[in-house]
Design a protein around this ligand. Structure first.
Ligand code: CAA
Length: 394
C-alpha cells in the first residue's frame, strides 16, 4: 500500500529588519536596475545582532507546530550551512527551546543549500518505511546568508527559516516517491571553517546550478514516466531553489529548453512568478529558499490549486541537487494564507544602509559576545558565557 506522505503544516521566520535594494545599489554606486531587475530583489532581510540560525529555526517551528501535541514529534532535523557550533547541532538548542520530547531523534544536516532537502527526504522515507510508528517529523531549514559588505555576493544575502511538519496526513502538499538526483564534485560555493563569510565563484556557481538542474530533471523524467516533450506542463507551478529571483528565471529557461521550449516567457508567468513574491522581499535563505518559494506559491497564487501538481528543485553547492513532484492538498492555500505571511513582512523595519553596515560589522563578534544586563526578548541569542551559547526562553 502506498502511504500518502507530505507536509502537514509550515512556518516561516524572517528577521524584523531589511534593506531596500534600490538604496543599497545607490550606496554601492551600482545602477538600481542591476540589483532590482538584474538580481530581481526588492528587499533583503538583515538579521539583528541577537538573531542566529537557532532563533530563526525556533520561531519558524513554533508557527508550524501551532496546535500540535509535541509528544507526536519523533524526528527533528535542522538543515543548515550556517551552524553555530562545530559539534553541538542547532537541533539540540531547538529541542530545548521548543520542549520537544526526550524520545525524539534529533540531528543537523549539512550540504550547502541542499541540507534542508536532505532532512525532508529522510523524513519522507522514515514515514514511508513505517519506522515513524505514527509519529511526525519536524524539518527546519534555517540560515543566515552572508557574503560580506561590498562583495559581489552582497546583493544575494538574506536570513530566515522555514519549518515543515511532515506526516502521513499531509494537509498542504503530498509528495510523489519519484525523486531525480544529481551530484557532482565542484568548487562553486563554500565557507571555510575559519570564515563567517561564504566564498563563491559567482558566475561558475550559476553554471553549476543549471547543470545540476538539467541532470536532476532528466533523472526525474527517466525514473518516472520517461522523457516526453513539454513534460513540465503537468506542473501548475515549479518551486526552484531561489538564491536570488533572477536565478529561478534562468533555471526555468533551462528546464523548458530540456522540454524543447525555447520561448518560456508565458510558462514563467504561469509556473514561477508567484513563487518569487516572498523571495524577492526576503533574499537568499539558503536551505529554506525553495520552501519559501513553495510558501509563496500557496500564499500568493490567485488560481485554485487543489489537486494540482507541483514541481520542486533543490540545489546545494558542492554539489547535490534533486527534482521531484507533489500534489496540493485541498484547502492548503487557505491554511497558508491564515499564517499572515504578508503581515509578517510588513511588520519589519527598514534599515538605512549605515545601520545595515553597523549590524554586519557587529555580527562579526557574535560568537564571543558577552551577555548584557538588558533583558532580551524571548527566543533570542543572549550571548556566550563560559563557552556556552545562551538563549532566552518564553
Ligand atoms: N539593469 C538591469 N539589469 C542589469 C543592469 C542594469 N543596469 N546591470 C546589470 N544587469 C544584469 C546583468 O545583465 C545580469 O543579468 P543576467 O544574469 O540575466 O545576464 C545581472 O544583472 C547580474 O549582473 P552580473 O552577472 O554582472 O552580476 P555580478 O557578476 O556582479 O554577480 C552573482 C551576480 C554572480 C549572482 C553574484 O551576486 C554572486 O556571486 N552571488 C552569490 C552566488 C549565487 O547566488 N549563486 C547562485 C547559484 S549557486 C546557489 O544557488 C547556491 C546558493 O544559494 C549560494
Amino acid at each position: 500500500m502506498t502511504v500518502s506522505v507530505g507536509i502537514e503544516a509550515m512556518g516561516l521566520a524572517v528577521p524584523e529588519l531589511y534593506v531596500d535594494m534600490a538604496q543599497l545599489a545607490e550606496a554601492r554606486g551600482v545602477p538600481v536596475g542591476k540589483f532590482v531587475e538584474g538580481i530581481g530583489l526588492k528587499q533583503m532581510s538583515v538579521p539583528a545582532v541577537d538573531e542566529d540560525t537557532v532563533t530563526l529555526a525556533v520561531r519558524a517551528a513554533r508557527m508550524a507546530l501551532a496546535g500540535v501535541d509535541l509528544k507526536d514529534v519523533g524526528l527533528c532535523i535542522v538543515g543548515t550551512e550556517t551552524a553555530v557550533d562545530h559539534s553541538k547541532p542547532v537541533t539540540s538548542f531547538v529541542q530545548g527551546l521548543l520542549g520537544l520530547p526526550t524520545h525524539c531523534r534529533i540531528y543537523e544536516t549539512k550540504h550547502a543549500c541542499y541540507g534542508g532537502t536532505a532532512g525532508l527526504m529522510t523524513a519522507l522515507d522514515w514515514i514511508r518505511s513505517g519506522s515513524n510508528r505514527g509519529r511526525k517529523a519536524l524539518i527546519i531549514a534555517s540560515d543566515i546568508a552572508r557574503y560580506g559588505l561590498r562583495s559581489a555576493g552582497e546583493p544575494t544575502q538574506g536570513a530566515g527559516a522555514v519549518a515543515m511538519l511532515v506526516s502521513a496526513t499531509p494537509s498542504l502538499v503530498a509528495f510523489d516517491q519519484n525523486v531525480g538526483t544529481y551530484a557532482n564534485d565542484v568548487m562553486d560555493f563554500w565557507r571555510p571553517l575559519y570564515s563567517k563569510d561564504a566564498v563563491v565563484d559567482g558566475q561558475y556557481s550559476v553554471t553549476c546550478y543549471l547543470d545540476a538542474l538539467r541532470g536532476a530533471y532528466r533523472a526525474h523524467q527517466e525514473t518516472g514516466t520517461g522523457v516526453t516533450p513539454s513534460y513540465s506542463d503537468r506542473f501548475a507551478a515549479i518551486a526552484y531553489h531561489v538564491p536570488y529571483p533572477k536565478m529561478a528565471k534562468k533555471a526555468h529557461e533551462a528546464l523548458r529548453l530540456v522540454d524543447g521550449d525555447a520561448a518560456p516567457a508565458a510558462s514563467f508567468e504561469r509556473q514561477v512568478r508567484t513563487g518569487l513574491l516572498l523571495p524577492e522581499r526576503v533574499g537568499n535563505i539558503y536551505t529554506g529558499s525553495l520552501y519559501l518559494s513553495l510558501l509563496s506559491v500557496l500564499n500568493g497564487d490567485p488560481r485554485a490549486l487543489d489537486g494540482q501538481a507541483l514541481g520542486f528543485f533543490s540545489y546545494g553547492s558542492g554539489s547535490c541537487a534533486e527534482f521531484w513532484s507533489g500534489t496540493v492538498t485541498p484547502g492548503a492555500q487557505a491554511k497558508v494564507k491564515a499564517l499572515g505571511l504578508g503581515a509578517l513582512l510588513e511588520a519589519r523595519r527598514q534599515l538605512t544602509i549605515a545601520e545595515y553596515e553597523q549590524i554586519m560589522t557587529a555580527r562579526e563578534g557574535l560568537d564571543t559576545r558577552v551577555p548584557g544586563a538588558d533583558p532580551v526578548p524571548a527566543f533570542r541569542f543572549a550571548g556566550v558565557e563560559n563557552h556556552r551559547r545562551l538563549y532566552t526562553r518564553a
